[in-house]
Design a protein around this ligand. Structure first.
Ligand SMILES: CC(C)[C@H](C(=O)O)[C@@H](O)C(=O)O
Ligand code: SF4
Length: 428
């Protein structure tokens, strides 16, 4: 990159410049080198089939770099059907044969496990065959979801083409009120711009409110960038990121280069003040059908699901535990708690929260996607209403096409579990 033609860049432009070896700007088409590729039990088998298709006729059928690939089992674990068991066997064999790291059925949801184990750092270009791969933008990476065939190409070559996305920047100021969290904030942003508001763009979340968030809270926001159509949801790394990474990557030091330059070219900069933000809910059947809790209070719920890669971490479980105290789950309500990873589960276990949940009448399952995608256990039946801390509420997402899913924060989930209806968590 020559100093002469260098222009102020967004963090995405910087990452694609590094990954493609030439200075690029939004709109350019690039062939970029991938730093990490993630695949899982649902989309992995197709990617592996595609990989062998590409390798047909070659003597050596080896992936481009096994140390840059991670395979996880999380959507259908422990195997909930013979089909799932078959997929797991196939991927285990592939991982073994190719010497790829494979987190098996006990480890947790991909988007929690990958950053938790130190596989992502600022400036990285990451792809995963899952739409919520955008979650790792919380650590200053450009991270995005791809289909299984793209993943097959990455497994074979380590490269993928992209159009460098334009950036929409969300500048958020003000202190989040009590019992209002980053989940409420991201739902508010999605409600504001709509499900296509950031289509094929990099969303950047910035401002003092975002900087004050923990990594867990930031992950919630980056995770849901895809819910506004975003290609990525990036938060500039800072000392909070550095501390998180130092606990995972020995000797990691923050590099201030991985931030957008002053004067970078944004497609749009939007300003928000959250000082008076109410708890928010995405109402059936779209993630951008967002309403403040005051408009939907009193809606009866049959099931409350606390979990998923969006809000299934220790901090989320802690909010629920603190709000519930020693109160029982409301009569007629099923409270389903599924930590996002084994590590987060054990933190909650050691803190006494799991025992507290069980005493209250909750159902606690081992780390996995659970009913988030409606493919596994914990499904909603016809006419039932669920409140979930996850990220999607499309018709049938959590079970029956005749059920209704509201999305909210862990605090709003706890309030509903205690009262049996959608309730402002500030009233508990
Ligand atoms: C199974 C997978 C392809 C899917 C995704 O890409 O997001 C799932 O994780 C989801 O949340 O809907
Ligand atoms: S927890 Fe839900 S959103 Fe996250 S990867 Fe699993 S199914 Fe997808």
């Amino acid at each position: 990159m020559s100093a002469n033609d260098s222009h102020p860049m967004t963090i995405s432009e910087k990452i694609f410049s590094r990954a493609s070896g030439k200075e690029v700007k939004a709109g350019d088409f690039v062939l970029a080198n991938i730093d990490l590729a993630m695949t899982h039990d649902i989309t992995g088998p197709l990617a592996v089939d595609g990989f062998y298709e590409i390798m047909k006729g070659r003597e050596e059928k080896k992936v481009w770099d096994p140390s840059k690939i991670v395979i996880l089992f999380d959507h259908q674990v422990p195997a909930d059907s013979l089909h799932a068991a078959k997929n797991h066997i196939m991927l285990r064999e592939f991982a073994k044969e190719q010497n790829i790291l494979n987190y098996d059925v006990y480890e947790g949801v991909c988007h929690q496990v990958v950053p938790e184990k130190g596989h992502v750092k600022p400036g990285d270009l990451v792809v995963g065959s899952d739409s919520h791969t955008c979650a790792y933008g919380s650590l200053g990476a450009f991270s995005t979801g791809v289909g299984s065939t793209d993943m097959a190409a990455v497994l074979a070559s380590g490269k993928l083409w992209f159009r460098v996305p334009q950036t929409i920047r969300f500048e958020v100021e003000g202190k989040l009120p009590e019992r209002v969290y980053s989940k409420d904030l991201i739902l508010h942003l999605i409600g504001d711009v709509g499900v296509e508001g950031a289509r094929y763009m990099a969303a950047e979340y910035a401002g003092s409110t975002v900087r004050s968030l923990s990594i867990s809270e930031r992950m919630t926001m980056s995770n849901m960038a895809i819910e506004m159509g975003g290609k990525a949801g990036i938060i500039e790394p800072d000392v909070v990121t550095e501390k998180y990474l130092q606990e995972r990557i020995p000797g990691y030091k923050l590099d201030p280069y991985w931030a957008s330059d002053g004067g970078a070219d944004y497609l749009d900069v939007r300003h928000y003040d959250v000082s008076n933000l109410e708890p928010q809910l995405a109402c059936p059947h779209n993630v951008d059908n967002v309403k403040p809790v005051s408009e939907v209070e009193g809606t009866k719920v049959d099931q409350v699901f606390v979990g998923s890669c969006t809000n299934g971490r220790f901090e989320d479980l802690e909010i629920v535990a603190n709000m519930m105290g020693d109160e029982p789950v409301a009569e007629g309500v099923r409270l389903l708690i599924i930590p996002a990873s084994r590590t987060e589960y054990m933190k909650a276990l050691r803190a006494g929260y799991i025992e507290q949940f069980m005493e209250a009448g909750a159902i606690v399952e081992s780390a996995c996607c659970g009913p988030c995608m409606g493919g596994s256990f914990g499904l909603l039946g016809d006419g039932e209403v669920g409140l979930a801390t996850s990220n999607r509420n499309f018709r049938g997402r959590e079970g029956s096409a005749e059920s209704f899913v509201y999305l909210g924060s862990p605090a709003t989930a706890a309030a509903a579990a205690l009262t049996g209806e959608i309730t402002d968590p500030r009233k508990i």
